[in-house]
Design a protein. Sequence first.
Length: 349
Amino acid sequence: MRLLTEWVLEHRGVERRIQLFSGDLSSIPLDEAVDVLIVSAFRNDYYPTDESLIGALYRRGVSVYDLSEDKERDMREEFACWLSRRVEGKGFGRILCIESGWRGTPLAITDDVFRALVPLANEEFPNGTVAMPLIGTGNQGYPAEEMIASILQAAVFWFRRGLNLRALKIVSYSDETAAVAKKAFEKAQRADALIVSGHADTGKVAEDGTYDVFMSYSHKDADAAQAIVQQLRQERPRIRIFHDRHTLSSGESWLMRIAESLDSSSVVAALYTPDYWASKNCKDEFSAAFLRQNDTGEPVLFPMYYRTAQIPYMFRSLHMADCREGDEERLRDACALLCRRLEQTAGLG
């Protein structure tokens, strides 16, 4: 594989790299082996066509179909992905297959790759390396410039929040597509440099101070979230809560403000319900908080289990305040516990 360009990001003094290559992902040399190779497929369709990475792997003795029959982790309902068991003697340790048709088009599900990588990179392959093609640009026919922009947006967001990977290698098979991808890659770098230097308008509204609690909830559970906010304020009138319906100003960039507020909140209170775990935005908020908790070692997450839900397997072991099924007394106790934690960690009086 030939390196075309790279983007070096620093997080807590450690360099993380996003690299663009041209070459054949099916024949990664063993001395350049990666922990995970990402492949894309249509839903439940692993037929080895001539033009696809799945087909190239099949011709080199790796059947994605066979791997799919004995998955290590099936996360398709949550993240449109599944993780294979170990693959021996190849240039990668496992395959992570992302499938369109579960949760949207390739552009819509790019973030799902990184949502799945957040816990996996912490548990299965810490400080590891991942290689991926320009997903969606083969048989699925999406433009290379759109896919590289989508991949980079997600990768930079998660790397800057502590995604525990050493390098992400994006590989284009054809020289023509590689040239288009390189141009889009460098354009994204330049745009980001303007934002970081403060010379671009991101919609950010300056604010003083930070928040004690970020309320993470599905808007379908707005009444329950409001009850929690009221209870917390009753417990501690001076508490500073990010509660988006009341905190966001008209015209603000929602994504930028949410990211900033998540990063500057002492605790993220996640209201577990079926609607919470069905929401893309809620899962992004939760994953960002989970990543920060593992990155800093601080107790960032405070889950409140409000209604019985299918919690993603990778997050079930986290401690939570059990308030099922909307038990008001347990909810009050959970709010009191949260305030005591804030007193201990953030000095809230």
